[in-house]
Design a protein around this ligand. Structure first.
Ligand code: G1P
Length: 271
């Protein structure tokens, strides 16, 4: 069973400047709700019981959002507003499930994952990248089913325009296991068009094995001087670990860029 999820939240959010110059991008509202709550709801609905947030000193605001009890209690004492009461109860529910760890230097997703090592108890855990929203279908839930069926690690996959391959991790897939699931033969972080083995991209949902930590430890900085989770995954695949790419059913929304962020509100408002 997958009972733990981790969410890297220490990124600077430069693609969303000026909105992120004093504000954490994951708290920006998408159709009236902070983006990170969509991610939380997806993992809770998928059966996750504990969520580890990887934040930084600069993004303490995210912790404050879940620890603002004094403020809520004061307001609720004065005003018996049922809407505010309901919102506070929701925050309390989230708070009980969240642990915070810190990544103060932006050294990449692999480095962020490493910070959670001592808290991971099961054989596998889920990772969600908060820039990637998936609506209309719970991608984490489907991936957990695939993990159970094939006793494998699983990553979300989507076909992208060939011209944009250098923005993503790109898969080379081999055997098809089901209509929407294939064995990953290779995964390369942000290849050039020339070197891309396909147009199947990594989307930010991963079910990772605990042995990923020892693999990350051995890594040297890769593309852009960062420690990439993709490189650790590639090394585990080379050693024979089974990683499955899951072509998910829902609709993908890229909240990490300004156009994508604006569009995500429009799309969610139509639901
Ligand atoms: C990260 C991953 C990349 C993946 C992408 C999905 O990149 O490193 O492999 O395709 O998320 O959104 P980033 O968006 O941090 O550049």
């Amino acid at each position: 069973m997958i009972k733990q999820a981790i969410i890297p939240l220490a990124g600077l959010g430069t693609r969303l400047l000026p909105l992120t110059s004093v504000f954490a991008k994951e708290l920006l509202p998408i159709n009236g709700k902070p983006g990170v709550e969509y991610i939380l709801d997806e993992c809770i609905d998928a059966g996750v019981k504990e969520i580890i947030f990887i934040i930084s000193d600069k993004k303490k605001m995210i912790r404050d959002y879940f620890y603002n009890d004094v403020f809520y209690k004061k307001i609720l004492k004065k005003k018996k507003d049922p809407r505010i009461k309901k919102e506070y109860e929701k925050i309390l529910k989230y708070k009980k499930m969240i642990k915070f760890v810190y990544q103060n230097k932006p050294l990449g997703t692999g480095d962020a994952v490493m910070k959670t090592k001592k808290y991971i108890s099961g054989s596998h855990f889920l990772m969600l990248l908060p820039d990637d929203l998936i609506i209309k279908n719970n991608c984490s839930k489907s991936m957990i089913k695939i993990h159970r069926k094939f006793k494998s690690s699983v990553m979300a996959s989507m076909s992208v325009n060939k011209k944009t391959v250098s923005r993503w991790g790109i898969y080379k897939l081999s055997k098809k296991l089901t209509k929407n699931d294939s064995v990953i033969e290779n995964v390369i972080e942000k290849p050039s068009i020339k070197n891309a083995p396909s147009n199947k991209a990594v989307i930010g949902r991963y079910i990772l094995p605990k042995n990923i930590f020892s693999e990350i430890k051995k890594l040297r900085p890769g593309k852009g001087g960062e420690i990439h989770i993709t490189d650790a995954i590639q090394n585990l695949i080379k050693k024979g670990d089974l990683f499955v790419a899951h072509n998910f059913k829902g609709k993908y929304l890229d909240c990490g860029t300004m156009n994508g962020y604006i569009n995500s509100t429009l799309e969610i408002s139509k639901l």
